[in-house]
Design a protein around this ligand. Structure first.
Ligand code: IPM
Ligand code: MG
Length: 370
């Protein structure tokens, strides 16, 4: 029996509804499989601001550092629009990423067979799609200094952000990219704007140097704007896309839509391995969708699939991860869909009905396998 500790951070908007369904899924695994979860639940983002006066309380961060893995819902919403920037919900998430040094953000864009027709692109362009966006998550313009809005001596106002990358930050990200590609289709696209930005020129140099250590991997360089275009033109040309924090944010939203819905995509944010332990945060790629929050409309599958990534990457439970992903495919194949992925003429199910359908599929698949 494997004993693991998990921190659940439901967050804001649709986060709590999605994590509620995830909790039922986790409970199922605890009851039926060879694993025991020690679960702590706490607040993050706006919910934490409301409760503790800060989007990430010190005690929460302390727990986050102790546990084996963290699964979160989503943060943010108009309720906190007027809060100072360092107290905004997003600041809680950014601090968590930075404090745990979760530099490698894996955002797989896989088009599940049953959903190929739900994409806004032609089915033949996306069916079978399996790409991995690897986004640098703890540096770049998200964290660079100086930044701010200021008034100059001549009275003019201006705002600035700073894109800054240290060599080792690019290097460690690229290494993760090459290693991922070696277990996939052997191709890495390194994406930047070397035609305009110094940091892009540097990114390309470092990627090229590090790439020499991986002779079996094909490394290609691509400008970020071209990458956005290629993603919607011919997405299957990609295997791993390795890119910086800001480009990765944008390109992963774009890639997500290829797969049918932003409501389907999980992600893993991993730190460096230290003494056999690697900090890890799993979260859906989608945001908090405040417009539909609390109505039972949200798709919990991205959150549930994030937990499948957790089983795979943090606990090395490949069979369990496969089982959960199969359960998702099983449910989709039965045309059980939330509104964002519903087929025409089929009545969508609610968030909790989707959660129940996953449990039933798990029961069914588990009975077949034992
Ligand atoms: C994401 C989100 C976050 C980001 C926000 C909520 C800070 O868009 O994880 O993609 O920009 O990184
Ligand atoms: Mg984003």
């Amino acid at each position: 029996m494997k004993n693991v500790s998990l921190l659940l951070l439901p967050g804001d908007g649709i986060g709590p509804e999605a994590v509620a369904e995830l909790s039922r899924t986790i409970e199922w695994f605890g009851n039926h499989r060879d694993i025991n979860f020690n679960i702590t639940t706490d607040e993050l983002g706006g919910a934490a601001y409301d409760k503790y006066g800060t989007p990430l309380a010190d005690a929460t961060l302390e727990t986050a550092k102790q546990v084996d893995a963290i699964v979160m819902g989503s943060v943010g919403g108009p309720k906190w629009d007027d809060v100072e920037r360092h107290l905004r919900p997003e600041a809680g998430l950014l601090t968590l990423r930075k404090e745990l040094d979760l530099f490698a953000n894996l955002r797989p864009a896989t088009c599940r067979a049953a959903l190929a027709s739900a994409s806004s692109l032609h089915e033949e362009l996306v069916s079978g799609l399996d790409i991995m966006i690897l986004r640098e998550l703890t540096a770049g313009v998200y964290f660079g200094e100086p930044r701010g809005i200021e008034t100059m001596p001549d009275g003019r106002r201006r705002a600035l952000d700073t894109q800054v990358y240290y060599e080792e930050e690019i290097e460690r990200l690229m290494r993760v990219g090459f290693e991922l590609a070696s277990k996939r289709n052997g191709k890495v696209h390194s994406v930047e704007k070397a035609n305009v930005m110094e940091s892009g020129v540097f990114w390309r140099q470092v990627a090229t140097r590090v790439g020499k250590d991986y002779p079996d991997i094909t490394l290609e360089h691509m400008y970020a704007d071209n990458c956005a275009m290629q993603l919607v033109r011919q997405p299957k040309q990609f295997d791993v896309i390795a890119t910086d924090n800001l480009f990765g944010d944008i390109l992963s939203d774009c890639a997500a839509m290829l797969t049918g819905s932003l409501g389907m995509l999980p992600s893993a944010s991993l730190g460096a391995e230290i003494d056999g332990k690697r900090a890890a945060l799993y979260e859906p790629v989608h945001g908090s969708a405040p417009d539909i929050a609390g109505q039972g409309l949200a798709n919990p599958l991205a959150t549930i699939l994030s937990f499948a990534m957790c089983l795979r990457f943090s606990f090395d439970l490949q069979t369990d991860a496969d089982l959960l992903e199969q359960a998702v495919d099983h449910v989709l194949a039965k045309n059980i869909r939330t509104a964002d992925i519903a087929a025409e003429g089929v009545k969508p199910v609610s968030t909790s009905e989707m959660g129940t359908a996953i449990l039933e599929a798990l029961d069914e698949l588990h009975a077949q396998s034992t």
